[in-house]
Ligand binder design. Structure first.
Ligand SMILES: NC(=O)c1ccc[n+]([C@@H]2O[C@H](COP(=O)([O-])OP(=O)(O)OC[C@H]3O[C@@H](n4cnc5c(N)ncnc54)[C@H](OP(=O)(O)O)[C@@H]3O)[C@@H](O)[C@H]2O)c1
Length: 262
């Protein structure tokens, strides 16, 4: 039985424990977290063993690094002192596989970019690998990424784009949901109901695009009847530069990710 150790039990570490324990029951799970008391109940409910420092782990095949980027340097130096020679999976924003490999003294590295939706087992997960990671281990990493959402294997330089579009982009999605719900309030619905309707509408839009295999532009032209209600609303979106604004938000987040890497 292989052992996976997650270092850092915050938002993402706990989402990963949940996802992996539900979809990959054949793994032994360990957690390393500074604050043991905070994590005890959650770890017990997923049958994971809890430690408070890297030096305590006796054996692990896979390490998942889920601390904040500013804590990573010290964690990796502790890890390299244990002479760990398994696979390191990093979810750190802005840290390359090479950066991880150099500091962990371990060449088999995968890098994931999930979003907060991983806690619901949803959303996109960008995945890339160090050159040294074997095909077999890439498959294993991809299966682990699949427990967090829909994995996409991408080139490492595309990590910035998926950070902008998905890792950060989920916040733009929340902003869009809120804005639409507020429009519902403005036209007469109470906010909780307007929000539920917005969620149903957005899920419906996504389902339609997936089922038909078309793109949003085709769908927009189907919904907009001449002199109808939708074209009036579309005009307001276009007048406000909606598409350009979405593009700029994703690009700005991707650019910031690139800055953090350098
Ligand atoms: N949140 C997102 O949406 C998201 C999306 C994609 C990628 N990421 C990446 O995921 C990583 C984790 O983000 P997060 O939001 O989950 O952060 P978080 O909630 O702050 O979780 C990090 C956890 O690691 C703990 N920790 C710090 N140093 C440690 C050590 N030496 N040993 C053991 N545990 C230690 C922290 O404890 P203390 O709080 O006590 O320091 C905290 O509980 C980040 O690198 C981020 O770039 C996050």
């Amino acid at each position: 039985m292989k052992t996976i150790t997650i270092i850092g039990f915050g938002n993402m570490g706990s989402a990963m424990l949940k996802g992996i324990s539900l979809s990959m029951p054949d793994f032994r799970l360990q957690i390393i977290e500074k604050d043991i008391a905070k994590s005890k109940a959650a770890c017990e409910s997923f049958n994971a063993t809890l430690f408070d420092s890297v030096s305590q782990i006796s054996k692990s095949d896979i390490i998942i690094l889920a601390v904040k980027p500013y804590d990573a340097e010290s964690v990796l130096s502790e890890l390299s002192a244990t002479h760990f020679k398994g696979i390191v999976i990093s979810i750190l924003a802005g840290k390359t596989t090479q950066w991880i490999a150099e500091r962990s003294a371990c060449n088999s590295v995968a890098r994931f970019m999930p979003s907060l939706a991983a806690s619901a087992g949803k959303g996109a997960v960008g995945v890339c690998y160090s050159n040294a990671l074997s095909i077999e281990n890439r498959k294993l990493c991809l299966a682990i990424a699949g427990s967090l959402g829909q994995p996409y294997e991408i080139a490492e330089q595309q990590m910035h784009a998926i950070t902008g579009l998905s890792g950060s982009g989920i916040a733009f999605g929340f902003a869009f949901l809120h804005g639409l719900a507020m429009g519902g309030v403005s036209s007469g619905l109470p906010y909780p109901q307007a929000l539920q309707i917005t969620l149903d509408m957005v899920e419906g839009a996504a389902a339609l695009i997936r089922q038909t295999g078309t793109n949003p532009v085709e769908m927009i032209s189907k919904v907009c009847s001449p002199a109808g209600t939708t074209i009036r609303g579309m005009y307001e979106l276009e007048k406000g530069g909606f598409t350009a604004l979405c593009m700029a938000a994703v690009q700005a987040a991707a650019d910031r990710s690139s800055e953090l890497e350098n």
